[in-house]
Design a protein around this ligand. Structure first.
Ligand code: GAZ
Length: 278
């Protein structure tokens, strides 16, 4: 029913605008929202796809069978996949104001920083999804090592500034959604950057990134509530045993649910405890 409504709406709009098919609260689609906000461009139709249900057939046809989102469809019906590629496409189509660096070397620098996003993001997700208490310390250390690497990169290229360059730009657009998702590490793992010099520069960067007005698409409360199932080891809308609803479900609305229990290792919250049975 939900996907039928989405399909109809997609057909109705007659492809006069760009369409992005996305999963709410997905860090990769938040990148696109941030970029568009920075550009002040609001003519993109964001169509929500419910990750807890099978992908609709019409969408699988567009993607030729791949299920990862976001996916952008142009006015001509062309399909662009992969958030980093979509960011570059939007930057190329709507160059003003520039978000990416124009100078070749500076663009290479932000490219090198962005080349760290996959490993950085994947580690944080593996950390929150870990269910073995004996591995906690190794995950924490691995996370700290990755923050230290970002710290070093920022010290090399902009030791005294706030962002990688003068303003919130492409690297910030790419990393900020992960910094926000990693609120789940703070809540479910008690993880935060220790107050040490080794992390001082990246802490300054991270704090400025999450506070930036163009990046306020999600809140800590929303992340913590929706990602409960990730903290219990179930990613991408998968269903945990003894549960009938994913914490990623669109209904009941997250704001009406209670804060989940923090103890991810010993306790298995029920639908009821998570406010999901209403
Ligand atoms: N490389 C793609 C991009 O666009 O940049 C990644 C897109 C992607 O993974 N999308 C996810 C998706 O659509 C939603 S967000 N999944 C459903 C499907 O059928 O593929 C991130 C992780 C991770 C696990 C989950 C996610 C995540 O590592 O947030 O690492 C970064 C998915 C275990």
């Amino acid at each position: 029913m939900q996907s039928e409504a989405v399909r109809q709406k997609a057909a109705e709009q007659d492809r006069r605008t760009l369409t992005v098919y996305h999963i709410p609260v997905c860090p990769f689609s938040q990148r696109l929202e941030i970029l568009l906000t920075l550009k002040g461009f609001h003519q993109v139709d964001f169509q929500v796809v419910d990750i807890t249900r099978p992908r609709p057939e019409w969408l699988l046809e567009k993607t030729r069978g791949t299920t990862a989102l976001p996916v952008l469809e142009t006015e001509k019906g062309e399909i662009v996949k992969e958030s980093m590629v979509i960011l570059q496409y939007l930057e190329d189509r709507f160059p003003e104001p520039a978000v990416a660096q124009r100078d070749p070397y500076r663009h290479a620098v932000e490219g090198m920083m962005n080349a760290m996003e996959g490993d950085f993001g994947a580690w944080g997700y593996r950390y929150v999804m870990n269910q073995d208490p004996d591995e906690r310390e190794a995950f924490r250390q691995g996370m700290l090592d990755r923050y230290a690497r970002l710290n070093d990169f920022l010290l090399e290229h902009n030791p005294s500034g706030m962002y990688l360059f003068e303003d919130f730009g492409l690297a910030e657009t790419v990393f900020t959604p992960f910094f926000m998702r990693f609120w789940f590490l703070e809540y479910y793992e008690g993880f935060d950057l220790p107050p040490e010099e080794r992390y001082a520069r990246v802490r300054k960067w991270r704090d400025a990134c999450v506070a930036h007005p163009a990046a306020q698409q999600v809140t800590k409360e929303q992340i913590v509530k929706l990602y409960y199932d990730y903290a219990k080891g179930a990613g991408n809308g998968a269903l945990l045993p003894e549960r009938s609803r994913s914490s990623f479900a669109l209904e009941p609305y997250w704001r009406s649910r209670p804060w989940p229990p923090k103890d991810k290792y010993a306790h298995h919250a029920t639908d009821g405890e998570l406010g999901l049975s209403g």
